[in-house]
Design a protein around this ligand. Structure first.
Ligand code: DAH
Length: 342
């Protein structure tokens, strides 16, 4: 027993002094100490020669020795194969993996700005489904079947009789909210809409709108104008000029379209405003009494205003993007130009 213990001390010194500088050194070390015919194995074989009373303490010595031999092997493995990144074998001067943050889509940035301006005026956000029934997209909005205004928008039909469509405008949310919510209602509804258009730089088969609706007692056209003036000043700046033109929408009476002075040329005329100095940004009007009645609201007691604007158009005025298709192509070179945290 005494002899074996001395032998083990020798081996410990040998392990200590063994220099491992290459894969070959490491392999030689493994064969000598840890291999199937190696020293650790052989020492365990000595166990049978140890008197019963001393087996326990000898076993302890052997286990310690085994751990020592294995630890040196494990510590040096990384040095030679370079795979173990926790060991000194790792090259800390190598460049790290790039971690790039995403950016918000320009249309999301613009939508968020629009929404936050109206929120400051007390408008709450409401949303509705993109697949819509005939009632909410058309009929309730004073466009019964065969009404010529249905042709103003080329509709994608999902199903006929009963009709299900991809909503052609966010005005459908007006109908959904008025049907269910107690009055007064003051909402804005951002969302995607669809139209069966030939795709070009100026038209896409889907785009985005923000709808506004305010219904209460004594709401007037003056309220509508003040609300929109505030929006324009916040969105495009103090000096932007505004004009209303009479227009027609089935769901409003009277109806108007609102233009702002061109943000690119300031009103002197350029290609964006087709040399008129003005750019149309939204449709609006006083909610048609028939629409209120369709949705169970007494139109002798309540009035309201509504407006709807295209997000792409507002984004175009902000960013001067001249091809609508860019918004939907997911080209990072385009998308990464609009960084902002909001
Ligand atoms: N829904 C109209 C469109 O898609 C926009 C619109 C016009 C909405 C007038 C309104 C409104 O709420 O009052 O062209």
């Amino acid at each position: 027993m005494e002899q074996v213990l001395q032998q083990i001390d020798q081996y410990k010194k040998e392990i200590d002094q063994w220099v491992i500088g290459s894969a070959e050194d490491l392999e030689n070390y493994r064969i000598r100490f840890l291999g199937t015919k190696g020293i650790v194995k052989a020492l365990f074989g000595e166990m049978k020669n140890i008197p019963a009373g001393e087996k326990r303490s000898f076993g302890q010595v052997l286990n310690d020795f085994k751990q020592l031999a294995e630890a040196k092997y494990e510590d040096n493995k990384g040095l030679t194969d370079g795979k173990d990144k926790d060991t000194p074998g790792m090259d800390l001067t190598l460049p790290g993996d790039a971690f790039t943050l995403g950016t918000r889509h320009p249309l999301s940035l613009v939508r968020n700005r629009i929404v936050s301006i109206y929120q400051r005026l007390g408008f709450a956000v409401a949303e509705g489904p993109e697949i819509e029934d005939d009632w909410h997209n058309f009929t309730a909005l004073n466009m019964p079947e065969n009404h010529p205004a249905r042709d103003m928008q080329d509709t994608f039909y999902i199903q006929r009789n009963p009709d299900w469509v991809l909503r052609t405008h966010t005005s459908s949310v007006q109908a959904r909210v008025l049907e269910t919510s107690p009055l007064p209602v003051r909402i804005i509804c951002p969302g995607r809409v669809y139209r069966n258009e030939t795709v070009s730089a100026r038209a896409n088969c889907f785009f985005h709108q923000v709808e506004g609706l305010y219904v209460d007692k004594h709401v007037s056209f003056a309220d509508l104008k003040q609300t929109l003036y505030f929006f324009v000043k916040e969105m495009f700046g103090e000096h932007t000029r505004v004009r209303f033109r009479p227009s027609y929408f089935p769901f409003t009476e009277p109806s108007a379209e609102m233009d702002i002075s061109c943000t690119v040329c300031g009103g002197t005329g350029c290609s964006l405003c087709k040399h008129t100095g003005w750019v149309e940004i939204l449709g609006c009007g006083m909610v048609h009494p028939q629409l209120l009645e369709n949705l169970g609201i007494d139109s002798t007691q309540y009035t309201g205003f509504a407006f709807g604007m295209g997000v792409e158009r507002i984004a175009q005025l902000n960013y001067r993007v001249n091809d609508l298709r860019l918004y939907a192509q997911n080209d990072l070179r385009f998308l990464q130009q609009f960084t902002s945290s909001t």
